[in-house]
Design a protein around this ligand. Structure first.
Ligand SMILES: *Cc1c(COP(=O)(O)O)cnc(C)c1O
Length: 390
């Protein structure tokens, strides 16, 4: 099937499925570790690669393949490799594409564990990482060295929702001979398709919105056949593989992704607009607000603004904790991308490891609260926050 001719809503429901002889309507799960062959000749052809097909579920499983084909089509990429988690997706990308002496330039505002992976583990193997301000293109350009192989970022950033112009940065990456990697966890392909804007690789933590209901851990890497061959080769050798059960959960998640992301975005915009009018709220960060410094860029680059809102209250940690502790429906957790609204105090949880100086530089103040807006009634979420705000 050439899915290029179809809209993403259709791709999300249909792409990748191949039915068995049973005629099942929903996608089948194949919980098998290995596959059998008709003959010794058949086995040899599979192993030599002369005949494509299943061998062993560390690197070939039909349910996982269905998920990979569907997500690749949604992102507009040639090939997807599914992984055991979002971190396994980032690790597989680094291990597949980098060697000792190579260099990464990363946005400072990426997922905390990504920074740990770069600083504590990639560094052990001679891969150094420099950090730059996400939205400052001149900083990116200045940080690139002859040995730089990857530019790595998330847009919008967590929790301050800063944005980078992916198309402009992709041009810089191309002119310097590096690959642009976008962790598209926050927007998902329903709202933003970085490969179509010139990025080379898209990363996902499927754990977040792709599932969207907090049921399973998984990840994915999407890019050209050529790039993905190296990522897949690492996966096949090292085994950070997605299980068929999880692939099936994520397949079902993808089917509702578009309507969920629209609902998350709608609720988040209403909540952000309301928060901006509340006394005691100093600032609200949400790309959908006209007051957001990169609102125009967000409109151009994304087809929706996503579910994550952050806001800073007067009164620092005491007031932020009071608001969090007075909620009755919001879940107090650092997770996001769920039907259930989550509320987080970044300074003492997700960003708690940072020094005071790094927190200040990153804009993580004691009065900052992050809400990943879920699918409940937004009026109920407002009331939940109102108790502590009052
Ligand atoms: C959660 C997350 C990850 C890591 O994904 P896991 O599935 O938890 O390993 C990576 N990037 C972003 C932006 C995330 O939110």
């Amino acid at each position: 099937m050439n899915w290029d001719e179809y809209d993403i809503e259709t791709i999300a429901v249909r792409a990748g499925q191949s039915r068995t002889n049973e005629g099942e309507h929903s996608e089948a799960i194949f919980p098998t570790s290995s596959f059998v062959f008709d003959s010794a000749e058949h086995a040899a052809a599979r192993f030599s690669g002369d005949e494509p097909g299943n061998i062993y579920s560390r690197f070939t499983n039909p349910t996982v393949r269905t998920f990979e084909q569907r997500l690749a089509a949604m992102e507009g990429g040639e090939r997807c490799v599914a992984t055991a988690s979002g971190m396994a997706a980032i690790l597989s990308t680094c291990m597949g594409l980098l060697k000792s002496g190579d260099h990464i330039v990363s946005s400072r505002a990426v997922f905390g564990t990504t920074v740990v992976l770069f600083n504590n583990f990639m560094a052990k193997f001679g891969v150094e990482t420099s950090y730059v301000d996400l939205s400052d293109l001149s900083e990116w350009e200045a940080a690139i060295r002859p040995e730089t192989k990857l530019l790595f970022l998330e847009t919008p950033s967590n929790p301050l929702t800063q944005i980078v112009d992916v198309e402009a940065l992709a041009k810089i990456a191309r002119s310097k001979g590096c690959l642009l990697v976008v962790d598209n966890c926050f927007c998902t392909p329903a709202l933003q398709q970085p490969l179509k804007q010139g990025a080379d690789i898209v990363i996902h933590s499927a754990t977040k919105y792709l599932d969207g209901q907090g049921r399973a851990i998984g990840g994915a890497v999407i890019g050209s056949e050529e790039i993905m061959a190296d990522v897949y080769s690492f996966l096949r050798s090292a085994g950070p593989t997605m299980s068929p059960f999880n692939a099936w959960i994520f397949l079902k998640g993808l089917e509702t992704l578009n309507i969920r992301m629209q609902a998350h975005s709608r609720n988040a915009l209403k909540l952000a607009s309301w928060l901006a009018q509340q006394p005691g709220v100093k600032t609200v960060n949400y790309p959908g607000l006209e007051s957001h410094p990169q609102h125009e860029l967000a409109r151009r680059q994304q087809s929706g603004f996503g579910g994550v809102v952050s806001f800073e209250v007067e009164g620092g940690r005491a007031q932020a904790w009071k608001i969090i502790n007075n909620t009755q429906i919001c879940s107090i957790t650092a997770n996001l991308g769920d039907a259930k609204t989550t509320i987080t105090h970044p300074a003492t949880t997700t960003h708690g490891r940072l020094s005071d100086e790094d927190k200040a530089q990153a804009g993580i103040t004691e009065g900052l609260i992050r809400v990943a807006v879920g699918l409940e009634s937004v009026e109920d979420i407002k009331n939940d926050l109102k108790r502590g705000l009052a």
